[in-house]
Design a protein around this ligand. Structure first.
Ligand code: AMP
Length: 580
């Protein structure tokens, strides 16, 4: 069972003072049946009150949101402008669906539209779910089936959406398309102000479907009060965000970071947030510099994007004046990449805030803090748990073990909408929370070594795939690589390697592996590819690469709706097949 004591409850009770409440909570946490926890169960609040209304009193004309659209156009919106747009949409939806507690699905990327709709739902106490704009028909249908919305917004035009989906209507769902939305938010008249709904703190705020790196999409539901407090605290403590910060979190809206660190955390602190519709467009250094000139002080990017920027742009310099914090998300950050990132973008040596989190955790569990140097939190580590009240299981120095959380935390998910069986998988036999990742710990700092099904065990040597990948990334000509392990009757596991490079590097790879690990870890096969298949949140699809190696004739890839570059997977399959 997750454990906590009086110090824990006193600490969180004190921290609740950082939020605006309609009714202040007296109780910190209540354990319900089957490992469900309610945070601040007697407290009442509204997320919109905290993120927007509260800022209207202090800084209504300050820029709240800056958007960078697909065409690289930059637009700014103040808190009061956002509030007006939210009220317009709220009035409209209330008119078309009166007197109902609604569930709203938002099919959109990081944009003004997704932000306005997420805030409208939060204002009115409606449960929402954001899904990636590029999702294909089947992916959308599966998510509709699981979430069962009664309002569906698509950022596509009606014509485009219908031709993509192949249907005209859905029973019991009202659709709002982009053209309607734009018409409503761009009307000249002042909208009628709608009151913020008083919400019980444990109420469901949103459901997010996980990125798909583990296979079937799962709907993870988060609560309101606990989640918001966790967003705010991790933004303050890990990134050093305050009302003067300008935050660039390059995440799609359909990912947990597109909620916690693009919107709710930064705006609850009165800072300015930049929403970039296509994070990949940051490989254009000209655009990146333009964004930095907005006095951007926090830059928080997916690891795969940092690697791309590094490999595509050799000689560039940037104005480091305003940058205070660098962060990385989504994948292991190899020390060589972290070092490059920090040298290129920071004035002095500081740890990159290498954030370890999951959709399920709501926010960062472990990361270095913005003001630590690399002696305190070395490059490659994910630092320490966010606070002394987040306890993880005992880890070892060299032997990888599954990392688990053994105390509750406010950002913890409330439920999994797929059902009890899925929910129960998260809890071990002692009712600790399983994260399914492997980790080690050196001098208080945690190192993540990949998912627990990615461990390499060759002739008794256990090593995380991440460790091999980090080592290989030291070879200058390798932009990206991915280790896939297969079972082997004789040796336990064998290693296959996918390397992004247009030249053969077999000799360098073997040399590097032998000097860092030993001959046992020499890959059995190296495939040189143009791109690695990734999810939209920038994660390499190891599971699919493994499946293709096991069965080169594989026809059913499973749920492919979150894959960014399906064609690269098909190219790789051809290559594996011809190698048989
Ligand atoms: P998602 O829920 O889609 O955000 O994926 C969460 C998974 O991403 C984790 O379980 C890890 O496997 C991986 N991950 C997240 N952050 C890191 C990190 N800093 N280092 C290594 N892996 C990470």
């Amino acid at each position: 069972m997750l454990k906590f004591n009086n110090n824990f409850t006193n600490y969180y009770l004190k921290e609740t003072e950082k939020l605006v409440w309609f009714k202040k909570p007296k109780v910190v946490i209540k354990k319900n049946e089957n490992n469900h926890y309610a945070w601040f169960p007697d407290g009442q609040l509204n997320l919109y009150e905290n993120c927007i209304s509260n800022n209207l009193k202090k800084r209504q004309n300050k820029t709240a949101i800056i958007t960078v659209n697909q065409n690289k156009e930059i637009k700014k919106y103040s808190f009061i402008q956002i509030d007006k747009k939210v009220n317009k949409i709220a009035n409209y939806i209330k008119k078309i669906s009166p007197n109902k507690k609604l569930k709203v699905m938002i099919h959109a990327s990081a944009s003004l539209e997704s932000a306005v709709l997420m805030f409208t739902c939060a204002k009115l106490g409606w449960h929402f779910s954001v899904i990636f704009e590029e999702l294909e028909s089947l992916g959308i249908k599966n998510r509709i089936k699981l979430f069962r919305p009664n309002i569906f917004f698509s950022r596509l035009s009606k014509k485009k959406f219908i031709s993509k989906m192949g249907f005209k209507s859905y029973k019991k769902i009202k659709f709002i398309y982009d053209e309607q939305f734009k018409k409503i938010i761009n009307t000249k008249e002042n909208p009628k102000k709608i009151e913020n709904k008083v919400v019980d703190s444990p109420n469901s705020l949103f459901t997010l479907f996980t990125s798909g790196s583990t296979g079937v999409p799962k709907g993870i539901t988060h609560s309101t009060g606990g989640y918001l407090l966790y967003s705010k605290l991790t933004c303050q403590n890990q990134f050093g965000i305050n009302e003067n910060s300008v935050v660039l979190t390059a995440s799609d809206a359909g990912w947990i970071n597109g909620h916690t660190y693009s919107l709710f955390g930064p705006l609850s602190l009165g800072s300015t947030t930049i929403l970039i519709e296509k994070p990949i467009s940051l490989i254009d250094i000209k655009l990146f510099k333009k964004i930095l000139s907005l006095k951007t002080s926090v830059i928080y990017l997916p690891v795969t994007l940092i690697r791309l920027i590094k490999s595509l742009n050799k000689n560039f310099t940037i104005n480091k004046r305003y940058i205070k914090t660098l962060g990385s998300m989504g994948e292991p950050l190899a020390p060589s990449v972290a070092e490059w990132f920090s040298n290129k973008f920071l004035k002095k040596d500081r740890a990159v805030v290498n954030t370890y989190f999951q959709t399920e955790t709501g926010g960062i569990i472990c990361s270095p803090r913005y003001n630590q140097n690399t002696n305190q939190a070395p490059h490659g580590s994910v630092g320490q748990p966010f606070s002394e009240y987040i306890k993880i299981n005992k880890l070892e120095k060299t032997k990888v073990k599954e990392i688990k959380i053994i105390s509750p935390w406010p950002g913890m998910m409330k439920n999994v909408i797929n059902g009890k069986i899925e929910w129960n998988k998260y809890w071990d036999k002692n009712n600790n929370f399983r994260l399914f990742d492997l980790a080690t710990k050196r001098k208080k700092n945690v190192f993540i070594h990949g998912r627990n099904d990615d461990v390499v065990n060759i002739r008794g040597h256990r090593v995380g795939s991440e460790e091999i990948e980090s080592t290989l990334l030291k070879i200058k000509k390798i932009t990206e690589c991915c280790v896939v392990t297969l079972n082997d009757k004789l040796e336990g596991s064998k290693i296959c390697l996918f390397v992004v490079s247009n030249v053969n590097l077999d000799l360098e790879i073997d040399k590097m592996i032998i000097s860092n690990f030993g001959t046992y870890a020499i890959p059995k096969k190296v495939f040189y590819v143009k791109q690695l298949p990734k999810t939209r949140s920038g994660k390499i699809l190891r599971r699919l690469l493994r499946n293709i190696l096991i069965n080169p004739n594989l026809k059913n890839y499973g749920d492919t709706s979150t894959i960014l570059n399906l064609s690269s997977l098909k190219d790789i399959q051809k290559m594996v097949k011809s190698d048989e």
